[in-house]
Design a protein around this ligand. Structure first.
Ligand code: BT5
Length: 282
């Protein structure tokens, strides 16, 4: 359900144009940023708008989600007014099996934005997380702290990709004491750096980087190489929880459409389209 049109202009921060408005004014891609105080899920709003014909470049941003989602209907939790919760609408010239290129592209852009605005180094964790690696892990295992998640959903017309909605949640100004309520492995920019970040600046940096990277994609440049290079588990022995059970192997990278390339003990190269990496050795 989309909120009535009047709600779309509801500004949660201030009435004066901020850096996001300035960016949209100069952008070739971004047409409208719809800011809402509270929604179920920004992805649901964006998908509803997409199915009603909204153009590419529509952005839905919320201060609070009452039904934020991860993959497989898992929950995405965020204290109101502290995080980036947004969904970006694309109508790319891609085949349906190439839609995950936008997941890679947007997570790289989120990494750019976090590094630029918060000066915090992040890695990507297949298939859709931004993480901070920590030495706080025990034994020979790595400990990963999840800073952000990406949820990509598609709409089809027949066999053609009609739209792609990429939902991005970044834990920004969440105090360390609140993080365990979100997830035992959650972290935030505030917890990592000790500093609060201006969420408008972070969103503007995110949108700017997505636009630049989307232009590269349209020119035929695939984010795969850069994404693989940022993979926290590259070359490491990992365990992946899949629908077919737990698989062990060495992460060799991702293919052009974002599938994980896992070399199992018998030498087979497995191509995994979905799953969760549950362990990695140092
Ligand atoms: C994701 O799923 O990581 C995708 C999250 C996408 C959220 C954005 S917010 C804007 C847009 N609108 C939506 O409704 N969603 C998108 P997945 O890999 O399935 O991870 C979900 C798991 O992350 C949960 O089961 C929890 O264990 C954990 N989790 C929940 N909230 C978290 C948080 N704030 N920080 C870290 N981990 C969290």
């Amino acid at each position: 359900m989309v909120s009535p049109p009047g709600a779309e202009v509801d500004r949660t921060d201030s009435e004066r144009p901020d850096c996001v408005d300035e960016l949209v004014g100069e952008s070739q891609l971004w047409r409208q940023v719809i800011r809402l105080p509270q929604v179920g899920s920004t992805n649901d709003i964006a998908k509803d708008l997409a199915s009603r014909g909204r153009p590419e470049g529509t952005v839905v941003v919320a201060e609070h989600q009452t039904a934020g989602r991860g993959r497989m209907d898992r929950r995405w939790l965020a204290p109101p007014g502290t995080c980036i919760l947004c969904s970006l609408l694309f109508r790319p010239d891609l085949l349906p099996q190439q839609a995950q290129r936008l997941t890679m592209l947007c997570s790289l852009a989120a990494a750019d934005a976090v590094e630029q605005v918060a000066e915090l180094c992040v890695a990507v964790k297949w298939p859709n997380d931004l993480i901070v690696t920590s030495d706080r892990g025990c034994g020979s295992d790595h400990r990963w702290l999840k800073l952000a998640g990406v949820l990509t959903e598609t709409g089809m017309t027949g066999t053609q990709l009609d739209y792609v909605v990429v939902g991005i949640g970044i834990n920004v100004n969440v105090p360390a004491a609140v993080l365990p309520d979100l997830d035992p492995n959650a972290t935030s920019i505030l917890a990592e750096t000790g500093r609060c970040v201006d969420r408008s600046r972070l969103l503007a940096a995110l949108l700017e980087s997505v636009e630049a990277r989307y232009r590269q994609l349209a020119r035929g440049q695939n984010p795969q190489g850069e994404w693989s290079a940022r993979l926290a588990t590259l070359g490491r022995r990992i365990q992946v929880n899949t629908a077919d059970g737990i698989l062990d192997g060495v992460a060799e990278g991702v293919d052009e459409n974002g599938a994980l390339l896992l070399r199992t003990a018998d030498g087979t190269l497995r191509r995994l389209f979905t799953g969760d990496i549950t362990r990695a050795q140092r």
